[in-house]
Ligand binder design. Structure first.
Ligand code: ZN
Length: 444
């Protein structure tokens, strides 16, 4: 049972009005809305004065700071003496708590759910589009309530352009969810991607859009842009080598063309690459982020740093996969694959390459997004740096730093209140008091 203090407001009212809305397993939620909600109308202008023990502004911690929110924006942040709230401001004392920017998930698949529930193949082949959208709707709410007010969703995996519609439904206030940066279908080389469990005689749903060669790639990139993609995601390698080993897919020239065509519309290119050669080609092509990066070496990470390409290591996905295969975390010795990933992450940290926080959530449960932050800390990243990755670093890499990712005057009032100090224990980002998105409070 979860409670949303959610906004169902026409755009005109911004955050001036909100409803207390109970949602959960109870059947007629619309009846609940009609019978039990308590609309509160503080007036045309709503000011919140937030008084936590400390503020993490996206970069540093500041004990004793306060934050003033005005409607959907942050009005002021600083030492308490410097902030003069207007009469009628709603004062929220947050004793013992930390106020942070709303977290940014760097790698989600809202249209997938954990593979130990249903395999990826079965999700893509057997679940209807309606079911997948229904699940994604639930996942969006869970993501927001977990403190993630923005997500970069990297491919619908067979659900077409439905991420665009989901994003629009959230923006219109129809359902609660994070701000979304969407990839739509993603692009793969013909023959490389799944599902592959059926006879090759059958033409079936594809997990992503197949395109090859300059003309087809140009057309596919432009098609996805036209359908609403905020970025282009392409697979530089996949498990299509002999013995199902990961092997490169596109040539450097193909990747370069995708970067050129996406870039001329102002869109970044995100590359799935787990082999060293896939990463090298992506670097040569000048992409914006590399996802996974398991094959990275110190030289490759140095090249990424030099070209300003960020790494999104998706550590939690590997951690989940191994457990689905039977590894009992904390009991059995760490599997070789995870040991390698741990070393690989340490090399990335040492290289100084920019590291995003993105876990490939969907492989594991939506709402459990903090898992990636915990594994990052476990693998050697300082909690403060993990918090930076999940806020200001992600915002800058995803080119949304002018809107979110920091507690700064003029940015959206996307905020998170947690108990204690997560720079000491990163798992405290799970101890959520409430989440604010554009000035509206949601309570888990
Ligand atoms: Zn992914």
């Amino acid at each position: 049972m979860r409670k949303f203090i959610a906004a169902f407001q026409p755009r005109l009212f911004l955050s001036a009005s909100f409803f207390l809305l109970a949602m959960g397993s109870c059947h007629p939620c619309f009846a609940q809305l009609a019978n039990h909600s308590e609309p509160v109308h503080p007036g045309a202008d709503t000011f919140y004065l937030l008084r936590p023990d400390r503020v993490f502004d996206g970069t540093q911690f500041h004990p004793g700071w306060q934050v003033l929110v005005h409607n959907r924006l942050i009005e002021a942040v600083g030492p308490s003496a410097s902030i003069i709230p207007p009469a009628g401001a709603i004062v929220l004392d947050l004793k013992g708590m930390t106020l942070l920017p709303g977290l940014i998930e760097g790698h989600s698949h809202l249209f997938l759910h954990p593979y130990n529930e249903t395999s990826w193949d079965d999700q893509v082949l057997k679940e209807s589009r309606a079911e997948r959208l229904a699940r994604a709707t639930v996942h969006a709410g869970k993501t927001l309530l977990a403190g993630f007010t923005t997500t970069r969703d990297l491919g619908t995996e067979g659900a077409g352009y439905d991420d665009v519609g989901l994003k629009e439904a959230i923006e219109k206030g129809i359902i609660p969810g994070p701000h979304m940066i969407v990839a739509t279908r993603a692009i793969v080389a013909t023959g490389s991607y799944g599902p592959k469990v059926l006879s090759y005689d059958l033409e079936t749903i594809h997990g992503a859009a197949e395109a090859d060669g300059m003309d087809a790639l140009i057309k596919e990139v432009r098609t996805q842009i036209g359908k609403g993609a905020d970025l282009i995601k392409i697979y530089a390698d996949y498990r299509w080598g002999l013995d199902q080993q990961a092997a490169p897919t596109f040539t450097v020239d193909e990747l370069k063309k995708v970067v050129e065509v996406a870039g001329s519309s102002g869109r970044p290119v995100v590359v799935h690459a787990s082999t060293a050669e896939g990463m090298r080609r992506a670097i040569q092509a000048g992409v914006t982020t590399i996802e996974h990066g398991d094959g990275g070496t110190p030289a490759i990470f140095a090249a990424m740093k030099e070209k300003g390409i960020a790494l999104c290591p998706t550590l939690a996905a590997g951690d989940a996969y191994e457990q689905y295969r039977g590894w009992r975390k904390g009991i059995d010795p760490e599997p070789l694959r995870l040991k390698k990933k741990r070393d690989n992450f340490r090399e990335a940290l040492a290289s100084g390459v920019t590291i995003c926080m993105g876990g490939d959530v969907g492989v594991y449960a939506h709402g459990d997004n903090a898992r990636e932050m915990e594994v990052m800390a476990d693998y050697g990243m300082k909690p403060l740096d993990v918090l930076r990755s999940a806020t200001s670093v992600n915002a800058d890499v995803f080119r949304i730093g002018d809107k979110v990712g920091r507690i700064k005057a003029g940015l959206l009032a996307d905020l998170l209140v947690v108990e204690g100090d997560p720079s000491i224990n990163i798992s405290l980002v799970r101890k959520i008091k409430w989440v604010m998105k554009e000035g509206v409070i949601y309570q888990p």
